[in-house]
Write a protein that binds this ligand. Structure first.
Ligand SMILES: [Zn+2]
Length: 445
């Protein structure tokens, strides 16, 4: 399996640290708001990464954190006259709802920063001890100048950066790029530390939690491309200060999601929350996966709608094949390796093996739809249909798509037979009545 490693800027063959195991970490949300559709992209894509590795027989230890202490959470708590923990709990629950909506699994380890405070503090203490961090008036900063390879991930070099325009120049710091490991705070929730009361800096949270949970380097570190600098660069720097190895062997970054070819912006009205999407979420998932994860996605209502319709087409072929087997009471459960299906599957797997090329994989799902529709129209094609349904199940499992159909009950089956008879006999009134009942039961749409 090949994946594009942002650290080396090239396509590499995946080799796990531990046999048949993938240890991976994806930066999670800061929980002070509902997530917008751009935030759903890593939620969907990295879920597919996990699913595909599992399909290939790996055990995947998937970790994605919640940043539940942050200035934005403190501000929101003050605005709403509540506590930071209430805000965090509310938006963590909302996040999980959205994760489920878009078809991703919520069954993974999701550490909260506030639960790892002692690990984070001891991580900072080690950095100070080794001379990579210094304290000024209760704040702790990381000394970036001490890391020779600073910039290795983003390709940005310290001396090439236009300091004034990029970040706030803080006179207290030794170097304007030194970042905060611990921030002294007087407003909002704070925690005791050797440097006084305060809270950790965002960049140190992930790296300290990864160290605590995995106790060593991980295979894959993922996140949005906007996190590459400075967040991930700073994670690498802190880890290198304490360890000879890198924090992760492979870095994977997903591209942005734009709306009408522009960056999402709340103030300019280009801002859509996941919970407010008024479509079948499987259509949204298909839309998201139809662009390669490293490329930007351009969202428009029309494009999303076309994928919702595409999903309908896929679901219809699958459902009809399923019911055709059900109605024929087809009991043979042998899955045959039909040549055409074999090729579709091979091309699907080859696409996924090539840096998770989901758009090409989806093309094969569409080829499977064509194949299935042909077989539905043919007589005596029940065995190929069964094999096609089986392949649909595999593709759905990998891509995280759910068609949500149930086996027909005996009663439903007899209504279906009656409906088919009525149509054959051109008794349209009766057929319409029966059609309505079948629609109610979800058999016809
Ligand atoms: Zn992170």
């Amino acid at each position: 399996m090949k994946l594009f490693n942002t650290l080396t800027n090239q396509l590499e063959t995946f080799k796990p640290i531990y046999k048949n195991t993938v240890n991976m970490y994806v930066c999670g949300p800061t929980v002070y708001n509902f997530i917008q559709i751009g935030n759903a992209r890593p939620v969907i894509f990295f879920d597919v990464v996990r699913r595909y590795f599992e399909y290939q027989g790996y055990t995947v230890n998937f970790v994605s954190n919640f940043t539940d202490v942050d200035d934005k959470i403190i501000t929101k708590a003050l605005e709403d006259e509540t506590t930071e923990i209430e805000i965090a709990n509310k938006f963590i629950a909302a996040f999980y709802q959205d994760v489920e909506r878009v078809g991703s699994s919520t069954k993974y380890l999701a550490p909260r920063v506030t639960e790892y405070m002692s690990s984070i503090i001891s991580y900072i203490e080690q950095l100070i001890e080794k001379g990579y961090a210094y304290t000024i008036d209760g704040d702790v900063y990381f000394r970036v100048g001490k890391i020779a390879e600073y910039g290795i991930l983003s390709g940005r070099k310290l001396d090439e950066l236009n300091i004034g325009s990029r970040i706030e120049v803080n006179q207290k710091k030794e170097n304007p790029f030194d970042f905060t490991l611990w921030k002294k705070t007087e407003v909002g929730v704070n925690y005791p530390s050797p440097w006084g009361e305060g809270r950790p800096g965002w960049h140190t949270e992930c790296v300290a939690m990864i160290q605590d949970i995995f106790d060593g380097p991980i295979d894959i570190h993922g996140g949005g491309a906007d996190l590459m600098f400075p967040h991930h660069e700073n994670e690498i720097a802190q880890n290198r200060a304490l360890h000879p190895h890198y924090i992760a062997n492979y870095w994977m970054h997903n591209g942005h999601l734009n709306i009408d070819n522009k960056k999402m912006s709340k103030s300019e009205g280009r801002y859509i929350l996941v919970k407010d999407l008024d479509v079948d979420y499987m259509g949204f998932r298909l839309f998201t996966l139809s662009t390669h994860y490293r490329a930007p996605i351009n969202y428009t209502d029309e494009v999303l709608e076309s994928y919702v319709q595409e999903w309908d087409k896929i679901k219809r072929a699958y459902t009809q094949a399923f019911y055709k087997l059900d109605l024929a009471e087809y009991l043979d459960e042998t899955i045959h390796d039909y040549e055409e299906l074999k090729l579709i599957k091979q091309r699907f797997i080859a696409a996924m093996d090539q840096d998770f090329n989901t758009p090409n994989a989806i093309t094969e799902l569409q080829n499977l739809v064509k194949y299935t529709n042909q077989k539905i129209r043919q007589k005596d094609a029940l065995s190929p249909l069964l094999s096609a349904v089986h392949l649909f199940d595999t593709f759905f499992e990998i891509l995280g798509l759910t068609a949500n159909i149930k086996r027909m009950s005996k009663e439903t089956r007899s209504i279906y037979m009656e409906w088919a008879d009525a149509r054959k006999n051109k008794d349209f009134e009766k057929a319409d009545r029966l059609r309505e009942r079948l629609t109610e039961r979800g058999v016809l749409s």
